[in-house]
Ligand binder design. Structure first.
Ligand code: FUB
Length: 326
């Protein structure tokens, strides 16, 4: 089977949350591996009960996607108890790193690291989660100067509301009031060995063109989950899901820690509740990897990874992708 734009890249398993990278001249995709179960769904995301990761690769655009098999399983992560959600990968110091969220033994989402000599895995998990990490959806940018930044955080089941005070408050579920600044994703520099935070994570501010913070009630533009940062013509692009309004949107900054100015919509809503993506340059063109629930006929937790070409306008803005229009 070859891969076409806006079609599932694999159909033998359910996949989601794709983080795409070019390693060793190929496209490698690090997705979540959705379990095929028919249990109940809720706003806490309990239906997303994934237990392992598979790494996929494509020799080129349109090539068949290869499944390299199980790269890491929950049973081999000493600190984790459940829910291996959206991962990312990075290369530095001659090693490949897999970053992944999971609930720890107390049910708190943390972010772990695992290493491999190969981009296809298998990965060996570190004995404990990254100290100071919390919430979900890690995305790692290794900048041109070699500094690595980890972006993370997600609302609702992702528990970001519970960390508003800086401490974990298990009973806290409400975010800021509608007229207050929305919660932002977190960012921290990673240590040279990529296995710890080099500093305490700080909150990223997303602002409008006038510099005013995007408010919590502005659900069309406020941050929800799934951060991704890439660089285009020297500018940092932070893209993310708006959750309840089901869009992928983006904001830009000359600084990897922001503030980021909201710029527009990358992807209109897809089939299924969640939307999650990555952006990668391959052989001079840019691609959006994303998911929807079309392979399961719309079941939110049985998703499939797809990709589409992404186009920039001359002024650096991104053309909105409408995935179901010819
Ligand atoms: O796949 C589980 C969760 O759903 C991810 O962590 C979120 O970004 C959403 O896609």
């Amino acid at each position: 089977m070859t891969t076409e734009f806006n079609q599932p890249i694999v159909t033998h398993i359910y996949t989601a949350d794709p983080s795409a990278h070019v390693f060793e001249g190929k496209l490698y995709v690090y997705p979540s591996h959705d379990l095929d179960h028919d249990g109940p769904s809720n706003d806490n995301g309990d239906q997303y009960k994934m237990e392992d990761y598979h790494v996929l690769s494509l020799d080129g655009i349109g090539a068949e996607a290869v499944d390299h098999g199980e790269a890491l399983h929950l049973r081999d992560v000493p600190w984790a108890s459940s829910q291996m959600w959206a991962p990312d990968a990075a290369y530095k110091n001659g090693k490949y790193y897999l970053f992944f969220p999971a609930r720890d033994r107390e049910g708190v989402f943390r972010i772990g690291a695992a290493t491999s000599e190969s981009p296809a895995g298998p990965f060996k998990a570190e004995p404990d989660y990254i100290p100071g990490s919390f919430s979900i959806d890690p995305a790692v940018l290794v900048d041109e100067d070699g500094e690595a930044y980890m972006y993370f955080g997600g609302l609702w089941g992702g528990q970001l509301e519970k960390w508003q005070s800086g401490e974990y408050e298990p009973e806290r579920t409400e975010g800021p009031a509608a007229g207050e600044p929305a919660l932002g994703p977190r960012v921290a520099k990673l240590s040279e060995d990529m296995l710890s935070l080099a500093e305490e994570a700080s909150e990223i501010s997303v602002v409008d063109e006038e510099g005013s913070p995007i408010l919590a009630g502005d659900e069309d533009r406020r941050y929800f989950e799934g951060p991704w940062v890439h660089k285009y013509r020297g500018l940092y692009y932070l893209s993310y899901s708006t959750g309840t309004t089901h869009k992928l949107v983006y904001a830009t900054s000359p600084d990897p820690k922001g503030p980021f100015v909201y710029r527009g919509v990358i992807l209109t809503p897809v089939v299924g509740w969640t939307t999650h993506h990555s952006i990668v340059e391959f052989e001079g063109k840019w691609y959006l990897f994303y998911h929807d629930s079309s392979l399961s006929g719309g079941v939110n937790h049985k998703r499939c990874v797809k990709y589409a070409e992404l186009h920039y306008r001359e002024d650096g803005t991104i053309e909105t992708i409408h995935p179901y229009e010819a």
